[in-house]
Design a binder for this molecule. Structure first.
Ligand code: C2O
Ligand code: CU
Length: 612
């Protein structure tokens, strides 16, 4: 709703600008009637903008800040000036009308190119630009005056001053670059010591290399793989194990790392190239080790050039099962788009798993793509048992309800196989997984799930005690306003994905102390969905668009902030280090939507600017 209102307001402003300019043209051409009509339209559109902005503001100040502080005042003042000019000149003066048009256009330009927050600098640039455009128009209309040089100066000065204020100063060294405990030194347990004390050690080796993979349909894909496969090997361990993974790089020239998505490992194992380690170059290796103390569904992927590298196949699943794993079938289903094919694992055609009727089945669906997928289960009711690896409290049985699975997120579905096949449809059938009593069981009649409602996770399951909640006292609060805007990325101005008006690495680091209770407000002003992912921590969902979550506690590592939405989440700062907090649409991350969350007293010595 908010996103749509923002669009309508941008449209109203554009129409208003066009009407003012049209009126100016008609007035100059002495087409009086048309000019009056267009002025009326321009004023009505302007009034509509005031109404729309008031409506948008109810969703939060962030959504209207640049409109209230800059765009609307400019539009109103110039419209009033055009009115005053009529009174003085006793006719519609084209230049004044044109100026009102330029001022109306400031709104859409600010909203789409600059975004939040618009400060003094932006306001000065906008006002000066309107004045300059007015001067140019005045001159083009054949006017002369001895005082013109002063007027030019008067218009130019605010632009220069505004640019000086608005252009971000070059980043001073981020706090995490300073002195402190090096994050590279915070490693997992030593395998030899662990083995000596009786901890089971599970060893894996993953070798990154280019390979041509063949999907089940026969379609071939030039991939970047772990062990020649995409997805890479499924890592399955038992709670309590010490996981030791040796990463080797055969020929991935960009370099590779392993990031344990959703697993809160010590920061030195987090696999962020350029921050917690250097990328592993061809011929090199790196050993990761962490205790698998938390059960659930996770995944791993490279964190160097990850936009491209994950898309090409450098990812796999990580499942940690409890010691007393429940009986039944347990399937891990990583979704990934290879080119145009949506595959489950390496299967891009419907797949059937033979399961005896009455068997409980856990479907662990992992979204390794950049955008959300829609899951629908036909043929049986189900429970959403876990989100991002954490079991939900008393998840109720639901039927004919779809699930939205954000990029990077995981959903565990529990279903009981029946005598008739049960079918998981991804995106309405772009990918299909069937559970059937026999491989040759007749396929059920297709079900159209498009009209099914989406499960409302803000009130699914039963509440349970949590260590903190919406009304706790928070030690730190951060707001992240997600938007698009022109900003510097890799040394070049780009139409970036911004956080608080800046693109990484110019976004202010979120600095916390060990033990802090941290509140994050994430606001999406843009027209894209942003699956926000925090490394090293799980966040507890507190409020969605101002309303508290009333169902099962929802602990997430990746949550989808859709256009116009406001999420409030909280975390306990209990895993010291320097961490990434970024959009998991990796294209957005590569274009700026990254923040660091840094603990005081910790430093990332190998820190350099990198593309997430
Ligand atoms: Cu799954 Cu920083 O990423
Ligand atoms: Cu994004």
């Amino acid at each position: 709703m908010t996103a749509r209102l923002i669009d309508v307001e941008v449209l109203a402003a554009t129409l208003s600008a066009a009407a003012w300019l049209g009126a100016a043209w008609c007035a100059a051409a002495r087409r009086h009637r048309a000019a009056v009509l267009l002025v009326t339209a321009a004023v009505l559109a302007m009034l509509a903008r005031f109404g729309l902005v008031a409506a948008i503001a109810r969703a939060g100040w962030w959504f209207v800040q640049e409109k209230v502080s800059v765009a609307l005042p400019l539009a109103a003042v110039t419209a009033a000036a055009a009115g005053a000019a009529v009174v003085v000149a006793r006719r519609l003066t084209p230049v004044a009308l044109a100026v009102a048009g330029y001022a109306a256009a400031v709104g859409p330009v600010l909203t789409l190119l600059a975004g939040y927050p618009a400060g003094w600098g932006t306001g000065l640039v906008a006002a000066g630009a309107v004045a300059l455009a007015g001067m140019v128009t005045w001159r083009a209309a054949g006017n002369r005056s001895r005082r013109a040089p002063f007027a030019w100066l008067f218009a130019l000065a605010p632009v220069v001053l505004g640019v000086a204020i608005a252009v971000p100063a070059p980043v001073s060294a981020a706090p995490e670059d300073g002195h402190g405990v090096a994050v590279t030194s915070l490693r997992g347990p030593d395998p030899a010591a662990a083995a000596a004390s009786g901890i089971p050690v599970r060893r894996f080796t993953l070798t990154a290399r280019t390979a041509t993979i063949t999907l089940s349909s026969g379609q071939r894909f030039q991939a970047w793989t772990f062990d020649g496969r995409a997805p890479g090997p499924a890592l399955e361990v038992t709670q309590g194990d010490l996981v030791v993974v040796t990463l080797r790089n055969a020929d991935i020239a960009a370099g590779v790392t392993l990031h344990w998505h959703g697993y809160d490992v010590p920061v030195g194992e987090d696999g962020v190239a350029g921050m917690t380690q250097d990328a592993v170059r061809p011929g090199e290796a790196f050993e990761y080790r962490f205790r698998a103390d938390r059960v659930g569904t996770y995944w791993y992927h490279t964190h160097e050039a990850s936009d491209r590298a994950v898309r090409l196949g450098l990812y796999g699943t990580l499942v940690v099962r409890p010691r007393d794993a429940a009986a039944g079938a347990d399937l891990t289903l990583p979704l990934h788009t290879f080119g145009t094919a949506l595959a489950v694992g390496d299967r891009d055609q419907p797949t059937t798993h033979v399961v005896a009727p009455g068997t409980p089945v856990r479907l662990r669906v992992v979204n390794t793509d950049d955008g959300p997928h829609r899951l629908a289960l036909t043929g049986a009711p189900f429970r959403l048992a876990a989100v991002d690896g954490t079991d939900l409290n008393e998840p109720g049985v639901v039927d004919r309800v779809a699930l939205r699975l954000p990029a990077g997120a995981r959903a565990d579905l529990l279903v009981t196989a029946g005598p008739a096949p049960v079918t998981l449809l991804v995106d309405g059938g772009r990918a299909t997984v069937r559970l059937a009593p026999a491989a040759d069981a007749a396929a059920p009649a297709p079900v159209d799930t498009a009209a099914w409602p989406t499960l409302d996770q803000t009130r699914y399951g039963a509440p349970a005690a949590t260590p903190f909640g919406p009304d706790s006292h928070f030690d730190k609060r951060f707001t992240m306003v997600l938007d698009r805007g022109v900003s510097m990325v890799d040394g070049l101005p780009k139409y970036a994905f911004t956080v608080n008006g800046r693109a990484y690495p110019n976004v202010a680091t979120q600095t916390v102390r060990t033990g802090d209770l941290v509140h994050l407000t994430v606001v999406n002003r843009s027209r894209d969905t942003h699956p926000m992912h925090l490394h090293g921590h799980h966040v507890l969902a507190l409020r969605y668009n101002g309303r508290p979550f009333t169902g099962s506690p929802l602990w997430m590592d990746t949550f989808d902030v859709q256009p116009g939405e406001v999420w409030e989440v909280a975390l306990r700062a209990d895993n010291p280090g320097v961490w990434m907090n970024h959009c998991h649409n990796l294209k957005h991350a590569a274009k700026g939507m990254v923040v660091h969350l840094a603990y005081e007293g910790y430093a990332a010595p190998s820190h350099h600017v990198h593309g997430a």
